[in-house]
Design a protein around this ligand. Structure first.
Ligand code: NDP
Ligand code: GDR
Length: 370
């Protein structure tokens, strides 16, 4: 039985990757942080009673900023594969907590690599590092591939740049099987609520059900290459099964502005949106509604721009070239953007219907605007 350690197991990718590896027959160990409330929503369906012998899904407390904890866990677990997914992963928030981001996302990666080296596991343990299209930052060329130069534009991206190169360095210096997956944005129904896609699908569902008036967004012109997280975790595994340790771009090859994602999300509920105005004055209005379950007045303002969501330095355009992954590993995504939006909207409409019942029952429901 192969043994995997996933850092960031409670996150979007950690949850999908755990499911994927368990189906493949792995024993999966996950690193979770201690929190004052349960933080395992995304993996609760995989939970196994700790009193049962021979579990194949085991959680451990830990933190990317704590070297001794990481060394001890890796020593105990003796993993065949480590997927280093843990990170302070929000680009905008990284401007608020730049030092912590550098510590967890940059030095955290070094701690994992060095623990493996220190424990003499260089020949046994393969390491996947969660690198990112944010490394490309300010546009140098499109589409972006493994040979495109980096120009990071946030403390998050700069920390991830350190993580990228320290992974390459440990591979070259110590002959370790350590790889970067340079993944472009990938989303899902369990995406964090403050990333733009999930913020939009949650808000569209709430607005459609009369639970929220409108949504405030930042830069509507930013363009992203959005894929489905399920397709991307499959590729993380493929990267570690390859004959050689290399770095790989994973992307759909298509890019879409934030504004268009909004249009597609509302369209999933049968609501057509039109945009008027420019820059900070741009707004979105209901143009038509052909869904009897959705009661939205024609002309209702459902979207406004709030500059507080603008970033000090922005990444305007990402579009990835995953030719290498397509040709050498045979990876192609199963979901297109339409399929992704449909999956997210179906989920969020169901979720918000629960809130609607609660509200009708007199309970207070909470909305997130960030
Ligand atoms: P999430 O934000 O959903 O999950 C991040 C995970 O890291 C959570 O489990 C979180 O724990 C954990 N974490 C954060 N800080 C620490 C810490 N100091 N110690 C231990 N664990 C910590 O991210 P995703 O699942 O979307 O992304 C996974 C990885 O891939 C991240 O490294 C991200 O930067 C990278 N990435 C993501 C892309 C995407 O589009 N999703 C694209 C490219 C790269 P908790 O639940 O307690 O907060
Ligand atoms: P990103 O994702 O920064 O690409 O990082 P996010 O969804 O946060 O932003 C995408 C684009 O949308 C614009 N935007 C907004 N973003 C947010 N969060 N909230 C808003 O209200 C809003 N309005 C417009 C942003 O300015 C940006 O241009 C994600 C993370 O998962 C990283 O960890 C990962 O490395 C990269 O994707 C690839």
């Amino acid at each position: 039985m192969k043994v995997a350690l996933i850092t960031g197991v409670t996150g979007q990718d950690g949850a999908y990757l755990s499911e994927f590896l368990l189906k493949k027959g792995y024993q999966v160990h996950g690193l979770k942080r201690r929190a004052s409330l349960f933080n395992t929503d995304r993996i609760d369906h995989l939970y196994q009673d700790p009193h049962v012998e021979h579990r194949n899904f085991v959680l451990h407390y830990g933190d990317m900023t704590d070297s001794t904890n990481l060394i001890r866990l890796i020593q105990e677990i003796q993993p065949d594969e480590i997927y280093n997914l843990a990170a302070m992963s929000h680009v905008h928030v990284s401007f608020e907590v730049p030092e912590y981001t550098g510590n967890a996302d940059g030095l955290g990666t070094l701690r994992i690599l060095d623990a493996v080296r220190l424990l003499g596991l260089e020949k046994k343990t393969r390491i996947y590092q969660a690198s990112t299209s944010e490394l490309y930052g300010k546009v140098q060329e499109v589409p972006q591939s493994e040979t495109t130069p980096f120009y990071p534009r946030s403390p998050y991206a700069v920390a991830k740049m350190y993580a990228f190169w320290i992974t390459v360095n440990y591979r070259e210096a110590y002959n370790m099987f350590a790889c970067n997956g340079i993944l472009f944005n990938h989303e899902s129904p369990i995406r964090g609520e403050t990333f733009v896609t999930r913020k939009i699908t949650r808000a569209a569902a709430r607005i459609g059900l009369g639970l929220q008036d409108k949504v405030y967004l930042g830069n509507l012109d930013a363009q992203r290459d959005w894929g489905h997280a399920k397709d991307y975790v499959r590729m993380m595994w493929m990267i570690l099964q390859a004959d050689e340790a290399e770095d790989w771009v994973i992307a759909t090859g298509k890019t879409t502005p934030v504004r268009e994602f909004v249009r597609m999300a509302f369209a999933e509920m049968g609501v057509e949106i039109e945009f008027k105005g420019e820059g900070v004055n741009e707004k979105g209005y209901v143009k038509s509604c052909n869904n009897p379950e959705i009661q939205l007045e024609i002309g209702k303002e459902v979207l406004a721009v709030d500059p507080k969501y603008f970033r000090p330095t922005e990444v305007e355009l990402l579009i990835g070239d995953a030719t290498k992954a397509n040709t050498k590993l045979g990876w192609t995504p199963e979901y297109d953007l339409q399929g992704l939006v449909k999956d997210m909207m179906e989920h969020d409409l169901k979720l918000m219907k629960k809130d609607q019942y609660l509200k009708e029952g007199g309970y207070v429901t909470f909305n997130y605007f960030e």
